[in-house]
Write a protein that binds this ligand. Structure first.
Ligand SMILES: *[C@@H]1O[C@H](CO)[C@@H](O)[C@H](O)[C@H]1NC(C)=O
Ligand SMILES: *[C@@H]1O[C@H](CO)[C@@H](O)[C@H](O)[C@H]1NC(C)=O
Ligand SMILES: *[C@@H]1O[C@H](CO)[C@@H](O)[C@H](O)[C@H]1NC(C)=O
Ligand SMILES: *[C@@H]1O[C@H](CO)[C@@H](O)[C@H](O)[C@H]1NC(C)=O
Length: 910
């Protein structure tokens, strides 16, 4: 949502910050230099020895974990406590906190974790200088240097990652405020940004650590940033910043903070991938170094690393320096070795996205705002008139009674239940917005409840904090308080949220939280939350806490029957368990279309697969070429929603010329035909953590050439997509990975067998999408006005054979919206094409039946030697099938096998 209009109209007299006309006003947001702790941590001296060492006689080794006291050579009586755990599936965890009772509790964002991580036992040994730990039958070894404290992690005796090798570990213990503050500590006890004072009554409390990723050549992850997919050197710029912010018209290709923070990083090299998860919810900056070349360092590492002196001195080894304003040091190392192993290991910690209801994978139509229920009705019926499928209508803030969430404008939306029923009649849904700021209005039940029950965040003086947001003067629910969580959950019951029913779903926006008159458009850091934590300690997890309660609310209102759907703007590690994420308030410009791909890829490898960007661009008006290309791109990203700002021209797909409408129709219909694939991939994601969309290096980890590619991606392991994100192009250059691969053009089945770049013509109706030889994709060819109307429709199998003449795939089916699949009510089929036979194997078919049948099979890339086919089902019956062969594109079509999809059968080509 756009802050400007509001500020300009309402706040002109007290204009807090100047507004850039067409891009972010950088001056509203801090640089590292302006963030005192970042400046302190960043200026630490790499060549000075680390001030931290283990106290030798404090080291406790048992078979579960290692514990030790860490001393700080700069402060005689200050001690830290370190604990190292070996965890299930090649994962290590290190936690460092103050020893004993610190003056203030240090926040630990446990809600990011799906559950308490599972231990695995280690063997341990030590001498005077070194501790040695071994896990996983000694394939993993950890060496800890006692003085100074440093860590090395080896897999198969190869150094993978080094910790504190650059001596950048920091842990500022809480201390009484000195009577007179020394000059060099002024910014540690109070800090100003523009006209905002951060009172910092608790003083300096930063933590930091450096990591050297010896086995990696490339680093990825650290969402959310509007930047390239591969992480870049930060020595000449600011570090990557994590501080969830409502950034107006964000700028591209820089490290500024955005709406979300997932402090997860993946290192990748030819031999090995490794994950690093820094579990901290405070403002965090990450310096990246040593990522300028593509050399594999593992061979030179042995000679240059000395555990005691630590620093390798080799600039080219990738390094990451994490710096957080408060909290504890708590990090996880995931040892792969493949990219897919790292995501699995990370998802064991933070969880996976539960299978979404299928409508949420279809097309969504949003605008700030659909004016009234009549407008909703007109737009919805026009989708039918123009024969464009659509599943969900969305209502932004204007649908409420003067920005009071959980209410309806009594005039414009006088009959929400009828409005929803009209949608439901066509299998459609409604989403309404529910933001965390609460209008301070004594006629608003929610505000009164919050005041009466003490549910609001407090300011530094202990009074209810007041900020400005959409409703004007607002206060903010303190979602960290279990009492608030319980209250919020109950708001979503059908009795409490009048005008809602089970076909209404929720959009949590502005939950960074956005505060128009706050420092950096958010809440002051010295505000106080439940548990006596400062806002500074918990900032990045605030949005996650709102989304958690919303999720619980949607579960409860249906007594656990229906799957929730929630969209959130702010996110943190673990958000995938509750909500989909979009990339916020983008702009109708080609560059913003282009960046949507690396932004969603970064999220996907960091646990959050369910991602999309506002199709068409939120601000400004796209021309028709951009509009078409954006729909063509959005079709292939997991979350697919058209959205636009209140000041933009209406842009429902039929408001352009006929060609535009028809191309948009075509691409949305393609999305619907591919829903069985998306659904099967999301099921697989829930079970394994495998990202739904993937960078090329996930499927081709040994191919150096793909490491810097971020305009192409894979959907599962089967589709290669390279959307057109530039205007006026006749052709684009697409990289085809893999030595022995064949790729089939989705439109005409022409094979491409080149490993390298190929120029592909891209007229306006062309979306370059290729099916990988060796895969089988389930689709539905009869597209209807909404996904639920297609539930019982028949399937077509697209069999793309590889150079060996084989292919594999799978299909997952259930009731598409309840939790009964968790009781086993689902169908899982595995397909294999081998020896000129297509085999359907029912892996799980007993507890659910379906009316869907197999309508067609297309075998792509097959020579013309077959003239017949027969299908053999489990009862021993054999039926002859007609086949049609197209020599021009080598496709054999088998029509009407007419067998129920949930069966074992074999089709034999003759
Ligand atoms: C860093 O430490 C080294 C060794 O103690 C010293 O020579 C150098 O001047 C220091 N650099 C800075 C910037 O403080
Ligand atoms: C202590 O153990 C480490 C690692 O096993 C070894 O390299 C080092 O030489 C040993 N030091 C002493 C003093 O035995
Ligand atoms: C529901 O649909 C009917 C029939 O098209 C229409 O007359 C009515 O106005 C709609 N109601 C709402 C609230 O949109
Ligand atoms: C399909 O075959 C598998 C063995 O391959 C068997 O376990 C399963 O019960 C069969 N399913 C049906 C529905 O016949």
């Amino acid at each position: 949502m756009k802050v400007t209009d509001f500020i300009l109209t309402v706040f002109c007299p007290i204009l807090f910050f100047s507004i850039g006309v067409n891009s972010v006003d950088r001056h509203n947001f801090k640089t590292c230099e302006q963030s005192n702790f970042c400046k302190r941590c960043r200026s630490m001296n790499k060549s000075q020895n680390s001030m931290f060492h283990l106290v030798s006689d404090s080291i406790i080794l048992n078979d579960k974990y290692l514990e030790a006291i860490i001393a700080n050579t700069n402060y005689e009586n200050v001690f830290l406590r370190m604990r190292l755990d070996g965890l299930k599936d090649k994962t290590l965890r290190v936690r460092i906190n103050e020893n004993g009772n610190p003056m203030y509790n240090r926040f630990q964002p446990v809600h990011a974790l799906v559950s308490e991580p599972i231990f695995q036992s280690m063997t341990m040994a030590r001498n005077e200088t070194t501790i040695e730990l071994e896990l996983e039958q000694s394939t993993i070894k950890v060496f800890i240097n006692i003085i100074p404290f440093k860590l090395n992690v080896y897999v198969h005796d190869e150094l993978i990652i080094g910790i504190n090798h650059n001596n950048l570990m920091q842990f500022e213990h809480y201390r009484p405020k000195p009577e007179t503050i020394p000059d060099n500590e002024v910014g540690s006890w109070e800090e100003f940004f523009k006209e905002h004072q951060d009172s910092k009554p608790r003083g300096p409390s930063a933590v930091s650590m450096d990591f050297t990723l010896y086995s990696s050549t490339h680093l990825y992850g650290l969402p959310e940033h509007a930047d390239s997919f591969y992480l870049k050197e930060t020595s000449g710029s600011d570090p990557y910043r994590f501080y969830n912010l409502d950034v107006f018209e964000y700028e591209l290709y820089n490290t500024m903070a955005l709406y979300g923070a997932v402090p997860f990083l993946m290192g990748h090299g030819k031999k090995n991938s490794v994950g690093l998860f820094w579990l901290n919810a405070a403002e965090t900056w990450v310096d990246i170094a040593g990522v300028n070349n593509n050399v594999d360092h593992t061979s030179v590492v042995e000679s240059i690393v000395n555990l005691v002196s630590g620093s390798s001195g080799e600039k080219e080894v990738p390094q990451a320096h994490f710096m957080s304003e408060s909290g504890i040091i708590d990090f996880f190392i995931m040892l792969g070795p493949k990219p897919m192993d790292v995501t699995r290991q990370y998802s064991l910690l933070t969880g996976t996205a539960p299978l979404p209801p299928i409508f949420s994978l279809a097309y969504h139509q949003c605008r700030w705002n659909y004016n009234d229920q009549k407008d909703v009705h007109n737009v919805e019926t026009n989708f039918d008139v123009y024969d464009i499928p659509m599943d969900v209508m969305w209502l932004d803030i204007e649908h409420t009674d003067s920005k009071k969430y959980f209410t309806w404008d009594p005039i414009k939306f006088s009959n929400p239940i009828e409005m929803i029923r009209n949608l439901t009649n066509k299998g459609r849904k409604l989403v309404t917005i529910v933001d965390p700021h609460i209008k301070r209005d004594s006629n608003y039940f929610l505000h009164n409840d919050a005041l009466n029950n003490d549910l609001y965040v407090k300011n530094k003086d202990g009074n209810v904090y007041e900020g400005w947001c959409w409703p004007g003067s607002s206060s903010y629910l303190d979602f960290l308080n279990p009492k608030v969580q319980e209250y919020y959950v109950s708001r979503f019951s059908f009795n409490n949220y009048v005008g809602s029913n089970e076909d209404l779903y929720i959009w949590n926006d502005m939950n960074e939280p956005s505060v128009f008159n706050g420092p950096e458009v958010t809440m002051p850091k010295d505000c106080i939350h439940y548990g006596n934590y400062e806002h500074r300690d918990i900032h990045n997890i605030y949005g996650l806490m709102q989304v958690m309660s919303t999720y619980e609310g949607l579960i409860k209102r249906s007594k656990g029957n229906k799957r929730p759907f929630i969209l959130t703007r702010s996110h943190f590690a673990g958000t995938q368990r509750f909500a989909a994420v979009w990339t916020g308030d983008n702009i109708a410009e080609w560059s913003h279309l282009k960046i949507s791909i690396p932004m969603c890829l970064s999220l996907a490898i960091s646990g959050i697969s369910f991602c999309g960007a506002d199709v068409g661009g939120f601000f400004n008006n796209p021309d028709k070429e951009l509009f078409i290309r954006w729909y063509q791109t959005g079709t292939y990203l997991p979350f697919f929603r058209g959205h636009s700002h209140i000041d933009t021209k209406r842009r429902e797909p039929w408001l352009f010329d006929e060609q535009t409408t028809s191309l948009v129709r075509e691409t949305i219909r393609t999305r619907y035909s591919l829903l069985p694939l998306w659904y099967t991939l999301f099921r697989n994601h829930e079970l394994t953590g495998a990202p739904v969309i993937r960078p090329l290096f996930f499927e081709f980890p040994f191919e150096d050439n793909v490491n810097n590619i971020d305009n192409q991606f894979m959907i599962g392991n089967s589709l290669l997509v390279c959307p057109v994100t530039e205007p006026n192009v006749q052709e684009i250059s697409i990289y085809f990975p893999g030595k022995d691969e064949v790729w089939y053009d989705k439109d005409n089945f022409q094979p491409i067998k080149i490993n390298g770049f190929v120029k592909i013509p891209v007229p306006i109706n062309k979306i370059p999408v290729y099916q990988r030889g060796g895969t089988i994709i389930p689709i539905k060819q009869r597209v209807r006005r909404s996904s639920s109307l297609m539930k019982d429709d028949p399937y077509t199998l697209m069999v793309g054979i590889d150079l060996k003449g084989t292919a594999k795939g799978s299909l997952y089916i259930d009731d598409e919206d309840s939790f009964e699949y968790r009781d086993g009510k689902f169908i899982h089929l595995e397909y294999e094409f081998i020896n000129n036979q297509l085999i359907s194997k029912c892996i799980h078919c007993i507890t659910l039946t379906t009316n869907s049948w197999l309508e067609k099979v297309m075998i792509i890339g097959i020579p013309s030697v077959f003239s017949k086919a027969s299908i053999h089902s489990k009862e021993g019956s054999t039926t002859e099938l007609t086949v049609l062969y197209s020599a021009s594109n080598q496709v054999l079509t088998i029509r009407k096998p007419s067998i129920n999809i949930a069966q074992n059968w074999t089709i034999i080509l003759l």
